[in-house]
Design a protein around this ligand. Structure first.
Ligand code: NAD
Length: 732
């Protein structure tokens, strides 16, 4: 059993079939590349072979490079990692270039054999870079297949010729969304864009037929032919100048310069466009190597690809518990969250009973699904039949009796212990003894809410983020009495609805909100101290936070902040540390500036709700002081506010696995994705530097920045988080 097999048909077409044993999706390994190279050699050398078709034995073509292998390639490269990586990448270029040249004389461009790619389904990453090196790409007519180069999403860029080939094929401007945003297309869209050549019912048959009639001129890529000009213009042309200057500004505006892969990609494109094709591949390889050696890329691959996938596949699922997939789900409360939970569940094929106190409210909750499906229809992503099918799975009612037969309940009624206790009791009365009860509370302790249940071991927190259909993280919270089957049930449910889970222990604000609240608070403290509002917001964005802290309060609403502050103060009493924050928050509340929803907050908005700029009244109330902190100082405050909370959550045992901390931080609240998450960031800067920063911030701003014991100990012992806790994570 090998990754590629080779067979020549009666008409002399050699078919190389990619079919990695034991995997549902083909992924490329270094051994796979070497084998592919040998088989191409075999086909080119055999006089009886007229041409070659590369296809897949699976329903899809390929899911890309095995990123574990890329990570290993870097780790294995020994004393000269740059050289090892560069040579590895150049080996891949060599194989793909051989396919592209297909034995032709490089001067006369004659004597080559046609090589086509037949894609039965999805072809992404190296799964598209390989076809791009062939002479013609045929894809099956399946609108669900994805074609594209999504590497940028995990902190790298297409480094096996995809960057250079796509730009030379389409021009830099047209290639930009596919390379810089990792945009994926259906086969029909990919054909319309000029990425692939044909969309057909039977790509293998079509590719074989093409190979048998292809002319020599059909095998010559435009960039290998005389007089090639890059579509859209090379950098030193009037048209190209506009493209490249514009692209630089656009990329910098979007990434704030914190993503090394985006910058390296642009450099590879720009520099590559000025030189011949083979030199451009070498330049691409050099930039790719540089990105691979950047700690940010390594951290992004680890969190956003390897560990995210591990968590989705059940890395922290209790062992020995049979499949707990949900068949019938009860959702209590059809408000903003309940309606969203019902939608994502019905979309995943789960039967849903959606309950609210009044029938109109339940119906309104169901209508939310209809609205989202209608939007999908408008964007041609959903069919009318699909809409009917999904809505057919949701029963909107006030009758608790309809919950009979549910194997999971998710409660999303008002955030009130009494109301939640009442619906818990009512549900217990009609459900079976095996039904798991989950609460979507964002602030109330799970252990306390479980008291209302007759079966606290089957009571758990499943905390969604808003908007439910967009946010991919789900925080699962174990109360003191929560049993393993409840955890397994929650994890299996999250897998069904294709989201990413983290499992944490019960403590105030669980994990995500615990870390994000100090970030928001730090922003408001800075404002109260007279730090220029623009500095606060820009410092956050320039370090990779998607929203500045003040904008984040506007989005989540100031009254929610007031509510949480009041509840926290009531619970903590004299220990409450955030009076300075409350002064700002309550003042805003008193002004009636409640954030985006009131069209007025820390920012000003126009009548249509468009955000205009920071509200001028802020500096009238909190005059900007003469001496402003430096950018780095402001960034350290904003980052450490979040990161230290993550470390404390680990120390307290709320967080049980640093992988969950990192993945949860990026997916849950957008923590600077370039860093790989709070623990990865600490590893990048190193514990000694982190301690120095904390000691300085503590002296300057107070005990909330006190260095956690764990961090100080790690600095003394020369440890990293992934060094110290990585093995535990792997064993889990
Ligand atoms: P919401 O006010 O939009 O919805 C609550 C719904 O529950 C309403 O439709 C209400 O009629 C219904 N309800 C109230 N009492 C009921 C009862 N006794 N029986 C049946 N239905 C009843 O609130 P929401 O924003 O959807 O929040 C719901 C829960 O989710 C809360 O616990 C909240 O803390 C939590 N949560 C909210 C968010 C968020 O961003 N809004 C995020 C995560 C978790």
């Amino acid at each position: 059993m090998t990754d590629f097999t080779y067979a020549v048909d009666a008409k002399g077409v050699a078919v190389i079939t990619w079919d990695v044993p034991g995997k549902s999706m083909n992924v490329m390994s270094l051994e796979g590349f070497r084998l592919l190279s040998d088989l191409v050699d075999q086909g080119l050398a055999d006089a009886a072979v007229k041409g070659i078709v590369i296809t897949s034995g699976k329903k899809d073509f390929a899911g890309g490079m095995d990123l574990n292998v890329i990570a290993k390639m870097r780790d294995d490269a020994g004393a000269e990692p740059a050289r090892g990586l560069f040579e590895g990448v150049m080996m891949m270029h060599g194989v793909l270039r051989k396919i592209e040249r297909a034995g032709m004389d490089p001067r006369t461009l004659k004597g080559g054999k046609p090589i086509a790619a037949a894609l039965p389904g999805t072809a992404v990453g190296i799964g598209l870079e390989l076809p791009l090196a062939t002479h013609r790409i045929f894809a099956a007519d399946n609108p669900k297949s994805k074609i594209g180069l999504p590497e940028i999403m995990v902190g790298i860029f297409p480094g096996a010729g995809g960057t250079t080939r796509l730009v030379r094929k389409m021009g830099a401007m047209m290639a930009a969304p596919f390379l810089l945003e990792g945009k994926l297309s259906s086969p029909a869209q990919a054909k319309a864009a000029g990425i692939i050549d044909e969309v057909v019912a039977d790509p293998l048959a079509a590719a074989k037929a093409w190979v048998l009639q292809a002319k020599e001129a059909d095998l010559v890529k435009p960039w290998d032919a005389k007089g090639y000009k890059m579509p859209g213009g090379a950098p030193y042309s009037a048209q190209g100048f506009m493209t490249f200057v514009g692209a630089n500004a656009m990329v910098h505006g979007k990434t704030m310069g914190v993503y090394p892969a985006a910058k390296a990609l642009l450099s590879a494109v720009y520099e590559g466009a000025l030189v011949p094709f083979d030199t451009a591949l070498k330049i691409e390889a050099r930039w790719f190597t540089q990105v691979m050696l950047n700690p940010s890329s390594a951290a992004m691959i680890r969190s956003l690809f390897i560990n995210k996938e591990a968590l989705e596949k059940g890395a922290v699922r209790p062992k020995g518990i049979p499949d707990q997939s949900v068949k019938k789900l009860g959702v209590l409360g059809a408000g903003m969250m309940g309606a969203g939970i019902a939608y994502v569940s019905a979309l995943a094929g789960i039967e849903v009973v959606l309950i609210d106190a009044k029938q109109e409210a339940a119906d309104r909750g169901k209508a939310h699904s209809a609205d989202l499906l209608d939007k999908g229809i408008a964007r041609k992503k959903v069919t009318a039949e699909k809409k009917a099918e999904v809505l057919g799975r949701i029963l909107a009612t006030t009758e608790y009796a309809a919950l009979k037969g549910c194997d999971l309940i998710v409660e999303a009624v008002f955030e009130d212990v009494g109301v939640k206790a009442d619906v818990t009791t009512k549900t217990d009365a009609v459900t079976d003894a095996t039904c798991i009860f989950a609460t979507n509370t964002s602030t109330l302790p799970i252990t306390q809410l479980a008291k209302a249940s007759a079966r606290p071991n089957e009571f758990i927190g499943i905390h969604f983020f808003s908007p439910v259909d967009k946010m991919s993280l789900v925080e699962i919270i174990k109360g003191k009495g929560t049993g393993d089957r409840a955890v397994a049930k929650a994890l299996d449910f999250v897998r069904q609805i294709r989201k990413t889970p983290i499992v944490v222990n019960d403590a105030r604000f669980f994990f995500a909100n615990r870390c994000i609240i100090p970030y928001i608070n730090e922003g408001m403290r800075m404002l109260a101290e007279g730090v220029a509002p623009a500095l606060i917001e820009n410092a956050a964005k320039l370090v990779g936070m998607p929203l500045g802290p003040l904008q984040l309060v506007d989005e989540t609403s100031i009254d929610l902040g007031v509510k949480i502050a009041k509840a926290t103060k009531a619970a903590m009493g004299a220990d409450y540390p955030d009076e300075a924050v409350d002064a700002v928050l309550f003042w805003m509340y008193d002004q009636g500036r409640l954030g985006r929803k009131s069209n007025s907050g820390f920012y000003a908005y126009d009548a249509a709700g468009k955000r205009e700029g920071l509200w001028s009244g802020l500096t009238a109330q909190y005059p900007v002081v003469d001496v402003q902190p430096g950018l780095t100082e402001a960034q350290h405050r904003l980052l450490m506010a979040q990161v230290l909370e993550a470390v404390r959550a680990l120390e307290d045992g709320v967080l049980m696995d640093i992988r969950e901390g990192d993945v949860g931080a990026i997916l849950g609240w957008g923590f600077a994705p370039w860093s790989g998450g709070p623990f990865s960031w600490l590893d990048i800067i190193g514990a000694p530097r982190a301690v120095a920063i904390c000691d300085h911030l503590t002296a300057a701003y107070g005990p909330r920045f006190t260095t956690p014991h764990l961090l100080r100990e790690m600095a003394e012992k020369g440890q990293t988080f992934y060094g110290r806790f990585g093995a535990v994570a792997k064993a889990a």
